[in-house]
Design a protein around this ligand. Structure first.
Ligand code: NAD
Ligand code: PRE
Length: 363
């Protein structure tokens, strides 16, 4: 029997625990979370087997412990767990910054046990109540094993992550921190600034807030993310984030100059270059690990999901997975439906369209 521990059972911890329960129903799951109600719910849903205290001696039984609290809390847990855990445990975290926790693992002589982790999936929503067993499905899951981790241990953990439906990708902590500063940390800072900018510019009528449409909403969804989480990330990945801010500043000033100078060619080439590059970014669900998914707009009303599933059932179309998703690019109320086969997905889309549902497929 494999035993897995969790410290922090929020959006990401809860989603990984649910994915383990789904793919490895016989594994034993122990969890600590400061909010006890979360643990009670997780036990009642059979996601967690044993609710634990912060320094619970039963964490000794674990083969793997996932640290799923905010970045700095994960770092401080290494010291707390050091005297409890078994000598061949795999300790991992899901934090959005890797350099600082690696430094702590090395200084505590836990490096032979430590494999940093970071699922590149999430949401602006927090907490166990928003967790889902499919959250990390088809998402890149960055792994940063310490150099002293035995290769067979690292390989075994990589296989485990793949078994949960995620796509493991190995890199060094510094490479991780550089890349995520560019594609995750700076975008969150910019989203937050954009919202604060509108807040400051808007007049007493609040027309800006009222008419803000798809463009503003798309680019600022992540401004609703957890302030605590992003405070920790900015404090932990300071140098890399400052580099990306400098680059952003340079490009913003170039755009400013193009506008001030009415530089037609400069403006055209800025928009043309970003459009070309953005169009080349594919959704991995449509690449080699293709899953047969469609997104369906539903009304936020009782029975909305049941109506969709019964239309599909009437045509003998089986659903592999279904759920409301929050980490997405479409509007509120989108239902994600996964099918076993591409044919079933296409047929399902056609039938739902005939029934006046608005269907999206990602390219
Ligand atoms: N939200 C995302 O999109 C996302 C994506 C990938 C990775 N991450 C990382 O995952 C981690 C958790 O983020 P989340 O989105 O699940 O946040 P969350 O707020 O949903 O969950 C955090 C959980 O940790 C618990 N917690 C807080 N302080 C704690 C402490 N000192 N000790 C133990 N538990 C504590 C909270 O009660 C909560 O249940 C963070 O390190 C974050 O950087 C987040
Ligand atoms: O989709 C979102 O809401 C996210 O912000 C997820 C997201 C990101 O893409 O930046 C946020 C933080 C992470 O560490 C990893 C993923």
């Amino acid at each position: 029997m494999t035993t897995i521990g969790f410290i922090g059972l929020g959006l990401i911890g809860g989603s990984i625990a649910r994915a383990i329960r789904k793919h490895h129903p016989d594994y034993k799951i122990l969890a600590y979370n400061p909010n006890k109600d979360t643990l009670i719910t997780a036990v009642s849903e059979h996601v967690v087997d044993i609710p634990c205290d912060k320094t619970d001696i039963r964490f000794q039984e674990c083969d793997v412990i996932f640290l799923c609290a905010p970045v700095n809390a994960n770092i401080s847990y290494l010291k707390t767990l050091k005297d409890i855990i078994s000598s061949d445990i795999i300790l991992t975290d899901v934090g959005s910054v890797k350099g600082t926790i690696h430094q702590e693992a090395v200084s505590l002589h836990l490096d032979a046990n430590f494999i940093g982790g970071h699922p590149m999936a999430g949401s602006e929503k927090t907490g166990y109540e928003n967790s889902a067993d499919y959250l990390i499905e088809n998402a890149y899951y960055i792994l940063t094993p310490c150099e002293t981790v035995k290769p067979e241990k690292a390989l075994e953990f990589q296989k485990f992550i793949r078994s949960l439906g995620a796509l493991p990708l190995i890199m060094s902590p510094s490479e991780h921190d550089y890349i995520t500063a560019g594609v995750s940390h700076l975008p969150h800072i910019i989203a937050s600034i954009l919202v604060n900018e509108v807040k400051q510019l808007d007049g007493p009528s609040e027309y800006m807030k009222m008419i803000a449409a798809g463009g503003f909403k798309d680019i600022t969804r992540i401004a609703s993310s957890s302030p605590e989480m992003w405070q920790h990330i900015c404090l932990s990945n300071k140098d890399m984030i400052l580099k990306t801010i400098d680059k952003f500043d340079e490009l913003l000033m170039t755009a400013r100059a193009c506008i001030a100078d009415a530089d037609k060619d400069g403006l055209y080439s800025m928009f043309e270059s970003s459009r070309y590059y953005r169009d080349s970014i594919t959704d991995i669900t449509s690449a080699s690990n293709k899953s047969h998914v469609l997104y369906c707009d539903i009304y936020d009303e009782t029975g909305g999901i049941a109506a969709v599933t019964s239309v599909l059932a009437q045509h003998n179309i089986s659903i592999k997975n279904i759920g409301i998703i929050h980490n997405r690019e479409f509007e509120e109320g989108v239902l994600k439906i996964e099918f076993y086969q591409e044919d079933a997905c296409k047929k399902g889309a056609a039938i739902l369209k005939q029934n006046s549902y608005l269907i999206h497929r990602r390219t």
